[in-house]
Ligand binder design. Structure first.
Ligand SMILES: [Zn+2]
Length: 481
């Protein structure tokens, strides 16, 4: 990859134009001449070109979605700032540089690999998508649409249509509940509605240059808790050396919120979050919430967790993230986490608050709570506890009331603690999750330091030089390449 910063085919500087003219004067082969060198059948490119295409597409860092892990989906995600067209432009820049020079000058040229071919190749040979997995369209809707369109038997077709309607009704019901309860929380002192989620990772360094797409970057994480009652949003921000994006982080942030930010007088708390099992829907979180209710902590009598239909999980946090993303697009360069923190605050000075996360308030709740709770849970009706199926979980002193269909009277009752367990709050001798800086995989750190050396001004380099590397393969982050 060239050192030159990447813009687009249209945003070109004077130097580029001059270079193109120089090349033209030097009688560099026209695109027509180039094409003549290959005997290309209309729909089949030579193997070496196909190899280049494949190598190019594979050269971009990808991440696994934590949403798709549970349905064993092989889909991988590329940077949100990429697109197929941008990848195509970068391909031409790299492998057909003469054509690239002509194209960025706004002139016509015929590359060996044309965009429609590239697009088709990308779609047929890779299972890749861009950006936040959550902004994807709903997989259930897509799958049902495909079946409905392909089905010839009228009866089956109708039943599929009905299935889709039921799915969408449930999705609407989630949004209706969120809206109704949010409005009610503004009037009712007893009631609070919190929603929470992670924003898509913010990269460091953030520079408008093509080679960041080929290199791994340091992530800055942002976890939001939004209050419907006050319409205030709190952002827990930190980088990879401080903590990860796991269940204990999520519980610790909630714990911090309940301890320091919960409005006085709240007795009933609704929690809205998506179905991501590694963060928002797991035993440790259930055990933590149950312990609160069992011991009347924070003055809370009832907590109700409400989960959406997968694929339809747009929360107030996501609206906040959207505003932050908009603001971020206007900033070309970010070198330090503090700049992202400033950006978040500036997005809405009256409503957005940043909490700079440090390891002193991230606890190992999962290990701490485990001994108090049963490993295998069945209800009073002998129904197995199936965590992912529930859309609504109500916590009472007597246990959990879980329902697959929200607002229905069909609830299973579960006792989750071992008999004789004494659940206490505050939790005594709660251990911290981390001691000291987290290390970064050696290969990733190499990428980061290369980028930093090239683009980061000397006064900010300290941030990149403080990371500790590891060769330990068991070091996993939520976004693994
Ligand atoms: Zn759907």
């Amino acid at each position: 990859m060239e050192k030159k910063c990447y813009k687009s085919f249209f945003g070109i500087g004077k130097a580029v134009v001059e270079r193109v003219f120089t090349k033209l004067r030097q009688n560099i082969p026209s695109p027509k001449d180039l094409r003549g060198k290959h005997t290309v059948r209309p729909n089949k490119l030579p193997d070496n070109i196909l190899f280049q295409l494949s190598a190019h597409i594979q050269s971009f860092p990808k991440c696994i979605s934590h949403y798709s892990r549970q349905d064993n989906n092989e889909k991988r995600y590329l940077s949100a700032e990429l697109s197929v067209h941008k990848m195509y432009e970068m391909y031409i820049e790299k492998y057909e540089p003469d054509i690239y020079e002509i194209l960025i000058n706004g002139r016509k040229a015929k590359p060996i690999v044309k965009y429609p071919y590239f697009l088709k190749y990308f779609n047929n040979n890779f299972n890749l998508s861009f950006g936040n997995p959550k902004s994807d369209t709903c997989q259930t809707c897509d799958r049902l649409d495909n079946f409905i369109n392909a089905e010839l038997n009228t009866d089956i077709k109708l039943s599929l249509i009905e299935e889709k309607q039921i799915h969408q009704k449930k999705a609407e019901l989630f949004y209706a509940d969120l809206k109704r309860l949010s409005l009610e929380s503004k009037e009712n002192t007893d009631l609070e509605v919190l929603s929470f989620d992670f924003q898509q990772n913010l990269p460091l360094p953030h520079v408008p240059c093509g080679d960041v797409f080929y290199k791994r970057q340091i992530w800055s994480y942002n976890f939001c808790i939004h209050s419907a009652k006050t319409n205030q949003a709190y952002f827990f921000m930190y980088d990879e050396s401080v903590a990860k994006k796991g269940q204990n982080e999520v519980i610790s942030f909630l714990h911090y919120y309940l301890q320091n930010l919960l409005q006085q007088g709240v007795k009933t708390l609704y929690l809205f979050a998506d179905n991501c099992s590694s963060q928002n829907k797991n035993n440790a979180l259930f055990q933590y919430i149950y312990t609160i209710i069992k011991s009347n902590a924070f003055g809370l009598n009832t907590i109700i967790q409400r989960y959406p239909e997968p694929g339809h999980s747009f929360l107030p946090c996501d609206r906040c993230f959207g505003l932050i993303e908009q603001k971020k697009r206007k900033i070309e360069r970010v070198f330090l986490p503090i700049t992202y923190q400033e950006l978040v605050k500036q997005t809405n000075i009256k409503k957005f608050h940043v909490i700079n996360v440090n390891q002193n308030f991230i606890y190992n709740f999962s290990d701490y709570l485990k001994p108090f709770f049963k490993k295998y849970i069945t209800s009073t009706n002998k129904v197995k506890f199936t965590i992912m199926a529930y859309r609504c979980i109500e916590y009472t002193k007597e246990g959990l009331l879980c329902s697959v269909i929200p607002n229905s009277t069909a609830k299973e009752h579960y006792t989750i603690e071992k008999s004789g367990s004494l659940l206490k709050f505050p939790m005594e001798n709660l251990p911290l999750l981390y001691q000291g800086k987290l290390s970064i995989k050696a290969a990733k750190l190499k990428d980061v330091l290369e980028l930093a050396a090239k683009y980061v001004p000397p006064q900010h380099l300290w941030f990149y030089e403080q990371f500790v590397e590891t060769n330990d393969d068991t070091v996993l982050s939520d976004y693994e390449y």
